[in-house]
Ligand binder design. Structure first.
Ligand SMILES: C[S@@+](CC[C@H](N)C(=O)[O-])C[C@H]1O[C@@H](n2cnc3c(N)ncnc32)[C@H](O)[C@@H]1O
Length: 255
């Protein structure tokens, strides 16, 4: 009887220890044991325990967010967005030349694409998205607004499907954190940029806990710079003139 109680105590203690070791393995993204749940050789880690807003896949210590479905298109076109986010300042920051070719990656309904197109009388906007439903919305808005210079492009999850050295500037607004294959996407974007071309990355400020957006849908500047540097982009500057987002500018080297 006495022995049974002792065994039960030992078993309980062992179970608790194993439980905490497993939690450590699953929760610590920096753990060397992460490879236990990683495709070997991959830059990504898959974790069983993760945020309900993420896909359980981690890249450079960051969990990738779930894609905003096309059902949320109305939110992208909300009438108070100009007051809330000041997207016209984003367009100004691109310092567009009339002939520029700009890729709006993760274009959604084309909210930014159509604003960019107004500044490009001789250029065009390639509005890339992976959801055909979003591209259908862009197509119908194109007809309604009679704007020919916005071209919808169906991208793949790991490829923006743009020709090499074909674009002067790339804009990504609240989209990059959703890319399921950020490394491959960014490699494709770098290939598509002309030498000296620039990437304008707009993300909600992850450093500020009072920005009322889910954590995985924000990014810190430190994280973004780390991820852009991994594909050979050079940081140029960060503009903090937007109410809730930062606009980070990166450049493809000319060499
Ligand atoms: C939150 S919405 C932002 C849309 C738009 N940039 C805006 O600010 O109105 C993010 C968009 O990124 C798209 N997206 C996610 N992963 C993508 C990828 N790998 N390539 C292209 N678009 C992607 C989604 O389909 C979605 O339409």
């Amino acid at each position: 009887m006495h022995l049974d109680t002792k065994n039960t105590k030992y078993r309980l203690r062992e179970t608790v220890i194993v439980f905490f070791i497993l939690c450590g393995l699953l929760l610590d993204p920096a753990s060397s044991h992460a490879s236990a749940v990683t495709e070997s050789g991959s830059v990504y880690q898959q974790r069983l325990i993760h945020s309900p807003d993420g896909i359980g896949k981690f890249y450079m210590g960051r969990e990738i967010a779930q894609v905003m479905g096309h059902q949320g298109a109305g939110w992208l076109e909300r009438p108070y967005r100009e007051t809330e986010e000041k997207p016209s300042r984003v367009v100004d920051a691109l310092n567009l030349k009339p002939t520029d070719v700009v890729a709006d990656i993760g274009a959604g309904t084309g909210y930014l694409s159509f604003r960019l197109a107004q500044e490009l009388p001789l250029g065009k906007v390639l509005a890339v998205d992976i959801q055909p439903e979003m591209l259908d919305i862009i197509d119908s808005l194109k007809k309604e607004r009679n704007i020919a210079s916005v071209e919808p492009v169906l991208g793949g999850v790991s490829n923006p499907n743009l020709p090499n050295e074909s674009v002067d500037k790339v804009l990504m607004v609240d989209a990059y954190h959703e890319f399921e294959y950020p490394r491959e996407m960014m490699e494709g974007i770098v290939r598509a940029l002309k030498p000296g071309g620039r990437v304008f990355l707009v993300e909600y400020r992850g450093e500020n806990p009072f920005v009322p957006i889910k954590a995985l849908h924000k990014m810190t500047q430190k994280q973004a710079r780390k991820e852009m540097s991994a594909v050979g982009l050079a940081w140029v500057e960060t503009k903090n003139f937007l109410p809730q987002q930062h606009l980070m500018v990166f450049e493809k080297p000319t060499g």
